[in-house]
Design a protein around this ligand. Structure first.
Ligand SMILES: NC(=O)c1ccc[n+]([C@@H]2O[C@H](COP(=O)([O-])OP(=O)(O)OC[C@H]3O[C@@H](n4cnc5c(N)ncnc54)[C@H](OP(=O)(O)O)[C@@H]3O)[C@@H](O)[C@H]2O)c1
Length: 330
């Protein structure tokens, strides 16, 4: 008998109301696939870009790129997972906002027993992102203990993980956030300095904090609103690591600006390049799991919603009302 699963779908790009709960059939996994029953699903800003059409995808679209649960069945050729395993993932294609799904096994990893399902669902996409940013998205010569980096939205899902990871690496992370309360939270989690960028000129403050030198890397997920000033925070040969567009997409820019501001480097990084293979995904996940099980990175779930309440989860995220991670409970 075919099973069905409550699933969040979008028929046409739009606002939070464009999401609907529908019941979809779920079959058996094919070659290279698994069927997983979710205990929790992560909410990420990329889900907003996909829902609203900032990242255009074929419609109708099942949303969600992060989840954790129990493997129910594995398809031919899947050897790293078996029925009954606890598992978690950050993965293409979207479709994690549901109870049950069939999906490619490649980016799914076993979840250590010490990590709860909701934590696993909250941390995979955001934690693997913090991992590749701080450990692989580096300026010439790398980063050493004591170096300054600037991290925008430091009290958010990726942000609070990055604050803790940067502290563990000995980096001096300057975090920006949209309120004094969020700034305090980022400091509690390891930011060496914080700037409330709703009321302070963050480029001027970064110059002050670094004694005029600037930072080696800016990790910028805000996009349109912060791009220009972020370039002004960098020291010569510094790296502008753009990895998101919460305020809107960065408009085209004159490449000569990078010369004028000190032979700067720019990358537009995405997790999905880093987790293109199973081996790379597992290695990054092992690093993340070690940080979490040792207690060096704590995963804060500050918002929990029922699956059917997904519109509220998106509205809260877009309205900058959230801190740390958000999960949906199917
Ligand atoms: N490229 C990748 O591989 C990758 C992977 C994961 C995430 N990301 C990006 O990283 C960012 C963080 O993701 P997340 O899921 O952890 O979200 P989040 O940081 O929890 O939420 C986004 C935060 O951005 C800030 N923000 C500033 N201007 C905003 C605006 N106009 N509208 C909405 N938010 C605004 C808000 O914090 P304040 O109020 O403190 O400003 C808000 O809380 C997102 O841009 C996401 O797309 C990229």
């Amino acid at each position: 008998m075919t099973q069905t699963s409550p699933t969040i779908r979008v028929d046409q790009p739009g606002g939070a109301d464009a999401m609907h709960l529908v019941d979809l059939p779920v079959g058996d996994p094919g070659p290279g696939e698994i069927r997983i029953r979710h205990h929790a699903c992560g909410v990420n800003f990329i889900d907003v870009y996909q829902r609203s059409g900032v990242y255009p995808l074929p419609m109708p679209l099942s949303l969600g790129m992060e989840g954790a649960g129990v493997v129910e069945a594995v398809g031919e050729g899947v050897t790293h997972l078996k029925a009954g395993d606890r598992a978690a993932y950050a993965s293409q294609p979207p479709g994690s906002y549901c109870t049950l799904r069939v999906m490619p096994a490649k980016c799914v990893v076993k979840l250590p027993d010490a990590i709860a399902f909701d934590t696993g669902a909250a941390m995979m996409l955001k934690g693997l992102t913090a991992q590749y940013l701080l450990k692989k998205t580096l300026p010439q010569g790398g980063l050493q203990a004591g170096d300054f980096v600037l991290f925008h939205a430091a009290a958010g899902g990726v942000g609070l993980i990055a604050c803790q990871w940067a502290r563990a690496l000995g980096l001096r992370l300057i975090g920006t956030a949209g309120s004094d309360e969020k700034c305090a939270l980022a400091r509690e989690h390891g930011a060496a300095f914080t700037i409330n960028y709703r009321r302070e000129d963050f480029a001027a403050r970064v110059r002050e904090i670094t004694g005029g030198a600037g930072v080696k890397v800016v990790y910028d997920s805000i996009g349109k609103d912060t791009w220009d000033k972020s370039l002004d925070c960098l020291r010569p040969f510094g790296l502008m690591a753009s990895f998101g567009n919460a305020s809107g997409v960065v408009p085209p820019f004159a490449v000569g600006t990078l010369g004028a501001k000190g032979s700067l480097y720019v990358t537009r990084a995405t997790l999905f390049t880093h987790i293109a293979t199973r081996e790379a995904t597992q290695a990054m996940a092992d690093d993340l799991f070690a940080m979490v099980t040792r207690g060096q990175v704590k995963i804060r779930i500050d918002q929990r919603y029922a699956l059917a309440d997904v519109a509220r989860a998106h509205r809260d995220l877009e309205a900058r009302k959230t801190t740390g991670c958000s999960v949906l409970l199917p």
